[in-house]
Design a protein around this ligand. Structure first.
Ligand code: SF4
Length: 328
């Protein structure tokens, strides 16, 4: 079936993915492959803007690659590669920075947020982050970028940079990427309050063992009104029930919905039921991940192959860019 165009998306190498990553970005990555030619990039250079200690960077890159492949990214058709393996992106970043007003970059809310988070490390790369992101997107002649609502201003920014470049150099070589609005569900962490994330240590990793997963599920915060086993609860405000609705069969969801309200099921049993269903759901993922992890050379070959295919597109784009700029 003919594909609708090329999708590009970057994912940061933050190590093993958790359920929030899975239900947000990763499942979407897998689904997009059916309709689009997909280019997925593990953005290790972006990570350098906030990561000072790179000791785990390589391992974290491999971990996220394993997660993507085990979840269903198909490397025979999809280009999966590491950002730094295609250095043309750095050249395009420098060229695009010439058509990007500095004030626009420092006005971006995400930049101000990063400055608040890392006041002692406001580096030049942090300011230019959206320009590098634009270079990532346009280097691969991307038609469509899936973005959540919070990322929409960044894509609009990228489109402006493309327009400025094409206008200044009287060319059409760079494509203005279209936005594909994507609703990423907000998955709460074990605390039931904050978004799931590593920084808060409230996550459940996809690659955790069944035992580790069950232990983490036991730590989940439930309806605080259930002080005793005999207190009725309200599943509508309980994160365990939210997760049941995602990972449990409908019969279990219906049972918990009724029994929680009349104290017919205790929270411990309810969590154990969720843990069993979650572990069952993740079984094929874990098996595939373990198989891939046992062949590190295959993983490296896969990423090298992705980089070769990405570089072929990148080199052609850069030839066109250099011609447009009349670089000798
Ligand atoms: Fe939450 Fe289940 Fe306890 Fe109800 S029984 S409060 S849904 S953990």
């Amino acid at each position: 079936m003919a594909k609708k165009g090329r999708v590009f998306s970057g994912i940061r190498p933050t190590g093993r993915a958790h359920l929030g990553n899975y239900l947000g970005a990763i499942q979407n990555y897998v689904a997009l492959q059916d309709d689009y030619e997909c280019v997925y990039c593990i953005v290790d250079i972006h990570a350098l803007t906030t990561v000072e200690d790179t000791e785990n960077l390589r391992q974290n890159t491999y971990e996220i690659a394993l997660d993507l492949l085990a979840a269903g990214v198909r490397p025979a058709e999809t280009i999966l590669f590491v950002q730094s393996h295609v250095p043309e992106v750095m050249e395009l970043h420098t060229i695009l920075s010439m058509v990007t007003p500095l004030g626009k970059l420092t006005d971006l809310p995400t930049f101000k947020e990063k400055v608040r988070q890392n006041p002692d490390n406001v580096n030049y790369g942090l300011v230019g982050y959206p320009v590098l992101m634009t270079a990532d997107i346009v280097l691969y002649k991307t038609d469509v970028v899936p973005v959540g609502i919070d990322q929409a201003p960044h894509l609009e920014f990228a489109r402006e940079v493309v327009r400025s470049f094409n206008y200044r150099y009287h060319t059409k070589v760079l494509i203005e990427p279209q936005m594909k609005n994507t609703i990423y569900p907000k998955i709460l962490g074990l605390d039931g309050k904050e978004k799931m994330g590593k920084s808060l240590n409230n996550q459940i990793e996809l690659a955790a063992t069944p035992e580790e997963t069950t232990k983490r599920v036991r730590e989940m915060v439930t309806d605080p009104a259930r002080m005793k086993r005999t207190d009725p609860g309200n599943p509508d405000i309980c994160n365990v029930f939210t997760m049941h609705k995602i990972f449990s069969p409908q019969s279990d969801v219906d049972m918990v919905n009724v029994e929680c309200r009349r104290a017919g099921i205790g929270c411990v049993d309810c969590k154990m039921l969720y843990a069993r269903n979650l572990n069952h759901h993740l079984e094929p993922f874990r098996a595939k991940r373990a198989e891939l992890a046992s062949k590190p050379d295959l993983l490296k070959d896969t990423l090298n192959d992705g980089a070769n295919r990405a570089r072929a597109i990148a080199q052609k784009t850069m030839e066109e860019v250099r011609t447009a700029l009349q670089l000798p």
